[in-house]
Design a protein around this ligand. Structure first.
Ligand code: PLP
Length: 282
């Protein structure tokens, strides 16, 4: 198993992090996770744009440009002979004696990337999932894809302990997103999702699903909605790189719709799967 370490390729065991790496000490860094189909990276440009935005927002300069990063990630796929799976990569502000403020002298960012092989359709839940509704205790810059995921981790764990696949989070009764995904609801044929502001991560899958909805002629409203609206929705689903479109059929004790995936969720998942198949055979 080969990993990417800055601009080098190493055996997994050789990838070591300094104990004073700011990613390790403060979560001071950013990441991306994208899916590989048939040896190719899906929705790559959108992931690279988001990475550049995250870097800008944290005033973190990437160790090299995204064109070179893409070359390295391609090599990572080939070296590992991976057809299907995920690439995860992160960039921290680097290692230096621990102080909260940014280092005064220039230090090198630390970039690491690794792969996880899966089957083509792994992590899909076409039959739907149960989730829990939990408080969103995260900070106010959820739009940046940072390594600081403790609020997500705690909620995901609580959901797991409740026998749920994930949690849908809310701030004072306003639904934001999932712990690893974006949340959508359908009411009277209209697709509704939280606007892409600082309360949510603008998921690449969210962007793609909104494009699919437009193509399918499904009306969309990007607006906030309450937990009460969520619980009385006709359909609810989650979107993420791993799950594509995951219908939610139950939230805690409450069944959504008839407790089976609804028609709009199914149409969007089918359209999404069709796009993946086209991408594979292109
Ligand atoms: N929201 C959060 C908090 C996430 O962690 C993720 C994915 O990691 C998403 C949404 C979905 O983003 P994407 O569709 O880019 O995977």
């Amino acid at each position: 198993n080969t990993i990417l370490y800055n601009d080098s390729f190493l055996a997994r065991e050789q990838g070591k992090v300094d104990m004073e790496d700011r990613g390790y000490q403060f979560g001071d860094g950013i990441y991306e996770a994208l899916r590989v189909y048939n040896g190719k990276m899906f929705l790559l440009d959108l992931h690279m744009k988001r990475l550049e935005r995250s870097a800008r927002e944290l005033r973190l300069s990437l160790p090299y440009d995204t064109d070179h990063l893409v070359e390295n990630l391609d090599k990572l796929i080939r070296d590992n002979q991976m057809d299907y799976g995920y690439i995860y990569f992160q960039i921290t502000r680097g290692a230096i004696a621990r102080k909260h403020r940014f280092p005064l002298e220039k230090i090198d960012c630390v970039l690491t990337g690794s792969i996880e092989a899966t089957t083509k359709d792994e992590d899909l839940y076409p039959d739907g999932i149960k989730v829990s509704l939990l408080d969103d205790i995260r900070w106010l810059r959820c739009d940046i894809k940072t390594l600081n995921l403790l609020g997500n981790v705690l909620a995901n764990q609580e959901a797991f302990e409740k026998g749920s696949a994930d949690a849908i989070l809310h701030r004072d009764g306003v639904v934001t997103e999932g712990t690893t995904c974006n949340a959508f609801m359908v009411k009277d044929g209209i697709l509704i999702t939280h606007p892409a502001d600082h309360f949510i991560l603008n998921g690449i899958t969210r962007i793609f699903v909104l494009q699919l909805a437009e193509r399918l002629g499904i009306p969309v409203e990007e607006r906030t909605y309450t937990t009460d609206e969520l619980l009385h929705a006709d359909e609810v689903f989650l979107t993420s790189t791993g799950e594509r479109v995951a219908p939610v059929i139950q939230i805690d004790e409450q069944l959504i719709g008839n407790g089976v995936p609804g028609p709009i969720s199914k149409r969007l998942l089918d359209a999404f799967n069709g796009e993946v198949e086209r991408f594979i055979s292109d």
